[in-house]
Design a protein around this ligand. Sequence first.
Ligand code: F6R
Length: 366
Amino acid sequence: EKGGYEHFMIKEIHEQPKAIRDTLTRRIVADSDDIVLDDIKLTAEDLKNIDKIYIVACGTAYHAGLVGKYVIEKLARIPVEVDIASEFRYRDPIINERTLMMVISQSGETADTLAALREAKNRGARVIAITNVVGSSVAREADDILYTWAGPEIAVASTKAYVTQLIAIYIVALYLARLNGKMSVEEYRVIRDELLNLPEKAEEVLKRKEEIQKFAAKNYNHKDIFYLGRGLDFAVALEGALKIKEISYIHAEAYAAGELKHGPIALIDKGVPVIALATQEDLYDKMVSNIKEVVTRGAKVLGIAFDGHEDILKVVDQAVYIPKTLPLLAPVLSVIPLQLLSYYAAVERGCDVDKPRNLAKSVTVE
Ligand code: F6R
């Protein structure tokens, strides 16, 4: 059942190219300018009345939501707020019939996410669900649905579901941007073509796993690990830190790199491993400055950058490269080395990879 792999987690990490392809299929099509969404009925007319989007989710799905804020604001120019479901539901959020709510849930059964969805509906919001389970509670109660096609995810740590959530977010963002006229057909085609190249590029990232394995073998014994990034890289850093916490039981913190000097840099000491994501071209130089700040304090830095950015080796100890794509789409590729790192570190540490302590696959209690 593990298809020759030692654990479900590593099997599911390898299923990502297929999961990405399956989630795109029929919706985003080469040579076509139409986005086909069978279960989303939202019209241009409906969208005219929307002045705000709320994305609500838990855990890894929340981290996908953080990417969603960035992507939807950038492409569709609609303000987006992202919230953790267990916070959202208890804080009297400003939400009404002019709000579009997006909930993201792999299982579609997470209690807090479901409660947030119900709260939003009670207040008149329209709800779009991104979920992996057909007929789940979230799917049944939402107005519009976009299914991810990750297939069953068995390992407790979410990997392939996360990347398909990202793909679903890009699809919704493109759909909204086309619907409200914020994106030309030419702009659409550029992103469409790059999206369709992602399965192959994800395959390429997986081929480079030995680099990560090497880094894991050298660093699995550290007590703390830091993840830094700016913009979309920060959202991915948060997901990377969560993965290593839950699977490898290594304390990890993710920071927006520019925020370091406002406190956390005090924790950087000789030999502390730092994962620095540097895929956002317009922030690259800023990121390099932040890397220098931690290197000066003795950190051992693993950089993650696009092919062609070998200049990063001037500031980092080791680099892992991902194939070049649009910076907007980089999270789909840059998260893979981070998933692999948490996996290999967990294996080195003898952890129960597929069933980490204290965690359940579906959190149906509050
Ligand atoms: C982390 C993880 C959890 C889930 C969270 C939400 O690897 O799996 O953080 O992402 O419990 O679950 P769903 O997406 O089913 O609502």
